[in-house]
Design a binder for this molecule. Structure first.
Ligand code: IVH
Length: 709
């Protein structure tokens, strides 16, 4: 892609303003309209150019610049702020009758025969926020504060975190305000949610870090918005859906439906599933549709909010205590059920982590039959105070594994008798379990535990690690000596059989460690069930090919605790070879971005263990990749062409060229109109002059380094 310079003779101020406009426009297309036009590289190139210009002209930096999403940490927690008008909650309706009763009350509060229109919106399952916008430069409105609901009267100022939410505009231009019919000062209220995918990713990370997973996306969103690290918040990908528009505590426009459109026009993310209807039958139709699309939505909803559209009618209806009379929340039936806890099993994971799994009397929850639920860890069992034979309340949300939320006890549901006994020894290999100080999990530390080996092998062969096609669950089990018939029994539907079957494989195992995968012969494979010549050949070819996988994947495949994809990548990039990594001290490890003391300690521990070192040596012997490939080309400068001139204070010409190219930029020998930047050092000569003539931007080394990030 050629970098188009809009104009060669813009002043830095004009260029900065133009870049900001462009970036805002494309952020809106990407984060609000979900219709990106730029590639990531195009976006990054503009963003880096803007960063560099702002670094060069700090006097032109403003808080509403797209570069200013992630700022400093709040120093002392969050300040308390009073709301312009209390953030109320809503009364709930759980069925059609309650909804009709509400509509009667609405009609009763208005004149006889007066018609009412309702706006139906999804009830997003997150937490509400109030955003204050104030007058900025050039007729624009700029985000001043973002405050949580708190107790409804006083909330917490979480502005630093709200700024990182990409669907929250830091600035609304004068032009957009005009189009939306908004003044420069207003308040937007809405719901911040953590999309399902982001929620799952967050829990994978939490588990890897030895933390208890968040119970549901709402709790995760609430926890995230109150995190004191804006960096972390920025990575979590919260979304903000706007649903109220106020000014000085009063509705700004005459109708709710008009306000939603105005918010959209102003560039806010407004949930697309909203409709104006003129009867309760219309409301019921919307509810049925919302219920039907619930599972397919990328975020959780727990019902539908119905609001009287006309603000004049809202005013006449007023409030009861803590909720408006002009709105109601229709709540979907909970996706929970009560059933008997029949037993608790203990599973062994790849890292030896023991997970208690509840065996339930089958119960239908929201259309799915649930027979298993996770109990997470021993602390959770203690917290719930649950016994075998208890009736428990089970909740299922989205794709999340069902979980037990509480013990139910009443006349119909007597308490169970049997205490849950935590295992002292590994249910698979019999090794004594340990619970390390500060950890919630019990762990099997036998590195040759067959359960761990099974999980390790699956992980090692999986697509995102060594990508050995054909080495899936069934093949792994066969390699460990299980027959196909045994595997049937081991299916999760039959827990008792699974436990028995797990113990004694029928045949001799062909592999006892990851490294043994590389010693498998065709003869070995042909002894397995349903493996013919073709399958054997293709598996061997896949195994051979995996030796070419880059270092970061091999590191990931070793199954070092707390080392996920990102960490493995960082380690490979930073140390360049397994030998350098083996030699690294804890201190050197913590110097790597994103690696904390805990991860450093487990990496150090892993490479201090003789068995692990022996494993590494065996794998090296089989020809796996133990040095990092050349750094992948970045994209920060893609589309930009640089010309170097003069002597730079710290970088040699060669180093500067290398770094620009590594970031995807081009370096050329002569200045032309196509040149994006001239990087000038001491004693820059004719090239600098030429740049000035052509109006090509000139930066110094500091400017270049800023662009490189
Ligand atoms: S209107 C005074 N609209 O539900 C009216 N609330 O149960 C206040 N919520 O506190 C809210 N989606 O956190 C409204 N489209 C929506 C909503 C919504 C979710 C939440 C909000 C509110 C709670 C009330």
């Amino acid at each position: 892609m050629a970098h188009e310079r809009t104009s060669e003779d813009l002043s830095p101020e004009q260029r900065i303003e133009a870049l900001r406009e462009e970036l805002r426009h494309h952020e809106h297309l990407y984060y609000v309209m979900d219709a990106p036009v730029w590639t990531d590289a195009q976006y990054d190139a503009r963003m880096n150019e803007l960063r560099a210009l702002e670094a060069e002209h700090p006097e032109l930096l403003t808080a509403d610049s797209p570069t200013q999403r992630v700022g400093g940490k709040p120093k002392e927690g969050f300040a308390k702020v009073a709301h312009s008008r209390p953030m109320l909650s809503l009364d709930n309706a759980y069925d059609e009758a309650e909804l009709r009763a509400w509509a009667e009350r609405v009609a009763g509060g208005l004149a006889l025969g007066e018609s009412v229109r309702y706006v139906c919106e999804l009830k997003l399952d997150g937490l509400s926020l109030a955003l204050q916008y104030v007058a900025g430069r050039r007729g624009a409105a700029v985000l001043k504060t973002g405050v949580t609901r708190g107790d409804g009267t006083v909330g917490e100022d979480v502005t630093t975190n709200v700024r990182t939410i990409r669907s929250v505009p830091l600035q609304v231009s004068g032009e957009r305000l005009k189009r939306a019919g908004l003044p420069q000062e207003f308040e937007v209220r809405g719901e911040v949610v953590l999309p399902q995918k982001a929620f799952e990713r967050m829990n994978v990370e939490r588990e890897a870090a030895g933390l208890a997973p968040a119970a549901n996306p709402r709790n995760a969103a609430a926890g995230t918005i109150r995190t004191l690290e804006p960096n972390v918040v920025a990575q979590r990908r919260l979304e903000f859906f706007a649903y109220f528009l106020l000014r000085e505590g009063e509705s700004l426009l005459a109708e709710q439906s008009v306000a939603l459109q105005a918010l959209r026009d102003a560039g806010f993310l407004v949930n697309p599933h909203a409709r104006t209807v003129d009867s309760i039958d219309g409301v019921l139709g919307f509810i049925a549709e919302a219920d039907a699309m619930r599972d397919g939505l990328p975020y959780e909803i727990d019902g539908v909010v119905i609001k009287v559209d006309a603000v004049v009618q809202q005013r006449r209806l007023g409030f009861t205590g803590k909720a408006p009379r002009w709105a109601i929340a229709y709540k979907f039936p909970a996706r929970a059920g009560v059933t008997l806890l029949e037993d608790v099993l203990f599973g062994v994971g790849r890292t030896g982590k023991i997970t208690p799994v509840a065996v339930l009397r089958p119960v239908s929850i929201g259309g799915t039959t649930v027979t298993r639920a996770t109990l997470h860890n021993p602390d959770e069992i203690a917290r719930l105070g649950v016994r075998i034979g208890d009736f428990v309340s089970v909740e299922r949300g989205g794709d999340v594994i069902p979980k037990i939320t509480e013990v139910v006890e009443d006349a119909k549901h007597p308490r169970g008798e049997r205490e849950i006994v935590l295992p002292t020894h590994c249910p698979r290999c019999g090794e004594a379990l340990v619970r390390e100080p500060g950890e919630v999990d019990l762990r099997c530390v036998n590195v040759s535990c067959p359960a761990r080996l099974e999980e390790e092998l699956r992980h090692f062969a999986s697509r995102s690690v060594m990508n050995i096609e054909g080495l899936g669950e069934a093949m792994v089990a066969q390699l460990l000596g299980h027959t196909l018939a045994e595997q049937e029994e081991r299916s999760p539907e039959d827990a008792e059989a699974a436990e028995d079957a797990a113990e004694e494989p029928t045949r001799k195992a062909l592999v006892h460690s990851i490294a043994d995968v590389y010693t498998l012969t065709k003869g070995d494979l042909l002894t397995l069930e349903r493996v013919g010549e073709k399958t054997a050949d293709s598996l061997l070819e896949q195994i051979e090919r995996s030796k070419k996988q880059p270092l970061q994947r091999v590191l990931l495949g070793l199954g070092i605790r707390h080392v996920g994809e990102r960490t493995a990548q960082a380690l490979a990039e930073e140390f360049g070879s397994i030998d350098a990594l083996i030699a690294a001290t804890e201190e050197e490890l913590t110097r790597v971005n994103d690696i904390g003391p805990k991860v450093a300690a487990t990496v150090r521990e892993f490479f201090s263990n003789e068995r692990n070192l022996a494993l590494v040596e065996r794998l090296r012997g089989y020809g796996l990749t133990f040095t990092a490939e050349r750094k992948v080309r970045g994209t920060a400068l893609s589309g930009l062409t640089f010309v170097l001139t003069g002597t730079l204070p710290t970088l040699t010409r060669e180093e500067a060229k290398e770094r620009i190219e590594a970031a995807g930029g081009k370096v050329s020998g002569s200045v032309s109109k196509k040149t994006s930047y001239v990087v000038a050092g001491e004693e820059a000569g004719s090239k600098l002059e030429k740049a000035e003539q052509l109006g090509v931007a000139v930066v110094d080394e500091a400017g270049l380094l800023a662009m490189l990030g």
